[in-house]
Write a protein that binds this ligand. Structure first.
Ligand code: HEC
Ligand code: HEC
Ligand code: HEC
Ligand code: HEC
Ligand code: HEC
Ligand code: HEC
Ligand code: HEC
Ligand code: HEC
Length: 442
């Protein structure tokens, strides 16, 4: 008996070791992340993930001191030098300037593009706070890069789209997102414009909802008169900006208070952990509003989420029934597989809802599944951000649209049932300009 037990233990240990080894191997390709063997980096990726991909490819060589870099680049890249001169780096209190070489190195033939580790050598507090955010899990700035490159639809997408993912998700790698180079200004990062290059558009309309809220409108009216050199603490600002609420006190974390997160799944706001986070949110509002009033405003968001989820679950139910009856056409096994999935896999299954795997719902799906995706990923997330940011028009319109989308899905399901089972779609669904090109060129 004991011998068998040992056998099981040894096999389990071997399986775990093999699992780790396999993931390591997957990560060892030319790309990045667990699908690194499935995609090739474009030259531009050197700037989005420099430690991994940047290699100086220019003509210059030689070793230079900081002032020499400035002198030559004054003529070559005057905008960069002007921004640097206007920054604290060119004139820090009580020490020598932080010249170009502090970040890029002295040896021109082996320049480096600085990522957050370079900034972190001097700004240890901000860098440590930034990394510490990882413990809150996804989504978070600290984990954003892994999140983007470790999704299957990343490896399977056209290059231009993949590059776009990194432009935003590189927030995990570099500090020049909220503090644009080479100004590297705290005042700039305090303003909402610092965030909306990435936080805008249908799945995350933070931009649109903030600027239509009472807070955003007051910012638009008076913001240019405020003194942005002041830290984001009580009494310094009339209305809050993104960073005021999400990076309270200048703490370099955005995920520490998040309850509803991206808005893709229903959560229980009343767990003990979430109650603590909610109390932290109320403390933010209480810089300017009464605590009880603020708590009620946040509870209204929870109520909005509950209504949204009753509609979303109804739509998911319709789709799951159709899946059970084999009426989703073309079926999962007839669709082009993701890079690491088997062609025409035996156990291929249509993914419905968050727990089935969100990445698969973007494309390669039947029309009614795409309808649900639009409802879930765009309309729902817009209504959520309207409720979170105090933009009532987004809530009203989002819910009206979700009601229409649900009716539409129900009507389409009736039609599918009338039509009955469809013949197998054939290979045309798996081949085509888009699918074949990507399979060969990533
Ligand atoms: C004598 C002129 C000269 C000096 C001195 C000089 N550079 Fe440059 N640098 C250039 C030129 C020209 C380019 C653009 C063309 C190229 O890279 O071939 C360039 C490009 C760069 C780039 C962009 C590289 C890229 O891949 O995008 C960086 C960063 C840079 N220099 C930093 C520095 C730093 C740091 C120093 C000082 C250690 C320095 N330079 C000194 C002439 C100079
Ligand atoms: C505090 C750090 C820091 C200092 C100091 C600094 N840079 Fe940079 N630089 C960066 C960062 C960050 C990037 C963007 C890296 C990336 O895209 O991956 C960058 C990118 C660049 C680029 C290429 C991209 C572009 O915007 O054209 C050039 C050229 C450049 N720096 C030149 C300079 C020169 C010249 C100086 C000195 C006047 C200087 N840098 C000083 C951090 C710095
Ligand atoms: C060699 C050390 C060093 C490196 C590397 C460095 N910094 Fe700095 N940074 C400083 C010093 C010194 C100051 C000025 C502090 C002062 O004047 O009190 C500063 C100030 C700042 C400020 C505050 C500016 C303001 O408006 O108050 C920001 C933001 C900043 N750095 C960002 C960065 C980023 C981002 C990087 C990496 C791309 C970076 N720094 C790399 C030393 C460094
Ligand atoms: C360069 C792009 C970029 C900029 C600039 C940026 N973010 Fe983000 N942010 C992201 C990405 C990408 C994610 C999603 C990360 C993931 O997938 O895990 C994210 C996630 C977040 C989250 C979600 C955290 C959670 O737990 O749900 C918050 C809150 C946030 N950012 C706030 C801000 C604020 C406030 C600013 C401006 C001060 C800002 N971001 C600037 C790219 C950016
Ligand atoms: C315009 C900037 C931008 C682009 C481009 C972008 N993202 Fe994001 N992404 C974000 C932001 C911001 C969030 C977080 C929003 C929130 O928490 O409300 C996010 C969230 C995510 C999440 C969800 C994280 C989670 O844990 O729930 C994934 C996965 C993701 N992005 C992958 C991608 C992929 C893959 C691409 C390219 C096809 C991409 N993103 C392109 C800004 C962007
Ligand atoms: C999501 C946006 C965002 C990102 C990313 C970001 N910062 Fe900041 N940073 C801010 C904001 C906002 C402030 C102003 C905080 C305040 O008012 O107290 C700030 C302030 C600073 C300051 C000045 C602190 C002071 O007390 O004067 C430094 C230094 C700094 N950041 C460094 C970094 C470094 C290093 C990184 C990369 C690890 C980084 N930042 C990434 C938004 C950001
Ligand atoms: C008045 C404070 C406030 C302001 C200003 C604000 N937000 Fe939010 N934001 C919230 C609250 C509250 C939530 C919902 C938090 C929860 O319970 O998960 C939220 C949710 C989010 C989320 C989803 C992740 C999360 O924390 O739940 C992102 C991303 C986000 N906001 C980004 C932004 C951006 C970008 C701006 C500026 C354009 C902004 N916010 C302005 C309060 C604010
Ligand atoms: C820095 C100060 C400040 C902070 C922090 C702040 N607000 Fe406000 N808020 C204002 C001001 C000023 C107004 C506009 C005047 C008014 O309507 O009370 C406003 C308006 C509002 C309104 C619209 C009120 C109406 O009747 O139209 C709501 C809702 C709101 N805030 C919710 C919140 C919530 C929730 C938080 C915390 C997540 C928060 N605020 C944080 C200053 C602040």
């Amino acid at each position: 008996m004991a011998r068998y037990a040992w056998g099981v233990i040894v096999l389990t240990v071997l399986a775990i070791v093999a699992g780790y080894a396999w993931v390591d191997w997957q990560k060892g390709g030319p790309g990045d992340g667990v699908y690194s063997r499935v995609w090739q980096p474009d030259p531009a990726f050197g700037y989005w993930h420099p430690a991994r991909f940047y290699k100086y490819g220019g003509q210059m060589s030689g070793r230079f001191e900081g002032p020499q870099c400035v002198e030559c680049h004054e003529a070559l890249t005057p905008g960069i030098v002007a921004d640097w001169r206007a920054s604290r780096h060119s004139n820090p209190k009580g020490r020598k300037p932080i010249y170009c070489d502090s970040c890029h190195g002295n040896d021109h033939a082996r320049l480096r593009m600085p990522d957050r580790a370079v900034c972190g050598t001097c700004h240890t507090t901000q860098h440590a706070q930034f990394l510490d955010e990882r413990r809150f899990g996804y989504p978070s700035h600290a984990l954003a890069m892994e999140r983007a490159v470790d999704t299957k639809h990343f490896a399977d997408k056209p290059k231009a789209e993949v590059t776009a993912c990194l432009q935003c998700h590189s927030v995990a790698i570099k500090c020049d997102s909220c503090h644009t180079r080479h100004r590297f200004s705290a005042a700039e990062a305090r303003r909402p414009e610092a965030c909306v290059t990435c936080h805008s558009g249908p799945p995350h309309p933070d931009d649109e909802t903030y600027f239509t809220s009472a807070h955003g409108k007051r910012y638009l009216a008076d913001g240019n008169k405020w003194d942005w050199s002041k830290p984001l603490t009580k009494g310094n600002y009339q209305t809050p900006t993104c960073a005021y609420c999400h990076m309270k006190g200048g703490k370099h974390q955005v995920a520490d208070k998040a309850i509803w997160k991206f808005g893709l799944q229903q959560v229980n706001p009343l767990t003990s952990t979430n109650e603590v986070k909610r109390a932290q949110w109320v403390a933010v509002c209480a810089d300017c509003h009464e605590a009880d009033w603020s708590r009620q405003r946040l509870a209204e968001m929870d109520a909005e989420r509950k209504r949204a989820w009753s509609r979303l679950y109804a739509a998911e139910g319709v789709l799951k029934d159709l899946r059970g009856e084999g009426l989703l056409h073309p079926a999962a096994g007839e669709r082009p597989p993701y890079p690491l999935e088997q062609e025409g896999a035996l156990f291929a299954r249509e993914h419905i809802g968050y727990l089935d795997g969100q990445s698969s719902a973007f494309y390669n799906v039947s029309p009614i599944e795409r309808d649900y995706f639009e409802m879930w990923y765009f309309t729902n997330l817009g209504a959520y951000k309207g409720a979170a940011h105090g933009a009532p028009e987004f809530v009203r319109e989002g819910h009206a649209t979700m009601a229409t989308q649900l009716e539409h899905i129900q009507a389409k399901a009736r039609t599918l049932r009338q039509q009955g089972k469809q013949p197998v779609a054939g290979s045309w669904w798996r081949e085509g300009e888009y699918t074949s090109h990507n399979r060969e060129h990533n």
